[in-house]
Design a protein. Structure first.
Length: 151
C-alpha cells in the first residue's frame, strides 16, 4: 500500500518520511534470462547455471541493472501523489549494488523521501529506494530515484 499524498504541495513537508515497503517478489531464472535477452548481457554469472554453480556465489545472480530496474516497478507501490497532471521518472542520482541477488531470492523495496525541490509546474522529489534481499543483512541496491510531479 503506497504512501499517498493528496497534492504535490504536500511533498515538501514530508521530507525525511519513510514511505514503507513493497511486497516481496521472487527473482527467478526466467526473469534473469529475459533481462539478458533484452540487454544482450549474457555473462555466465547470470545465465549459465552449471558454470555459476562452481562460481563465487554457487548459483546464478541477477544483473545489477535488473535489480535497479525493479525499483521502477516498486515505486508505485511505495508512493502515490494525487492531484497531478503527470509524474515523470526524471532519472537517478547515486546508485550502489552492495550485494548480489541469487536466483530464487525474494526482494522488496523500502523508500524514504530524501528531498523535494520546487520546479516549474510542480516538484522534483528524490526518493531513496533500498532493495532488500530476504534473509540478507546487506541491501542489493540503493538508489536515489528522481521523480517530478507536475500540477
Amino acid at each position: 500500500m503506497p504512501t499517498v499524498f493528496n497534492s504535490p504541495d504536500d511533498l515538501p513537508a514530508a521530507v525525511g518520511t519513510h514511505l514503507g515497503y513493497t511486497d516481496w517478489m521472487e527473482v527467478d531464472q526466467t526473469r534473469i534470462d529475459l533481462f539478458a535477452e533484452a540487454t544482450g548481457d549474457h555473462q555466465w554469472i547470470h545465465v549459465d547455471r552449471e558454470r555459476a554453480a562452481a562460481g563465487p556465489f554457487g548459483t546464478t545472480i541477477a544483473h545489477g541493472y535488473l535489480t535497479l530496474s525493479l525499483t521502477n516497478k516498486m515505486l508505485p507501490d511505495l508512493i502515490r501523489v494525487d492531484g497531478i497532471s503527470m509524474g515523470i521518472n526524471y532519472g537517478t542520482e547515486k546508485v550502489r549494488f552492495p550485494s548480489p541477488v541469487p536466483v530464487g531470492s525474494r526482494v522488496r523495496g523500502g523508500a524514504e523521501l530524501v528531498s523535494v525541490d520546487e520546479v516549474s509546474g510542480g516538484y522534483q522529489a528524490v526518493i531513496r529506494v533500498t532493495v532488500e534481499v530476504e534473509g540478507n543483512d546487506r541491501p542489493a541496491c540503493v538508489v536515489d530515484s528522481v521523480s517530478r510531479f507536475l500540477r
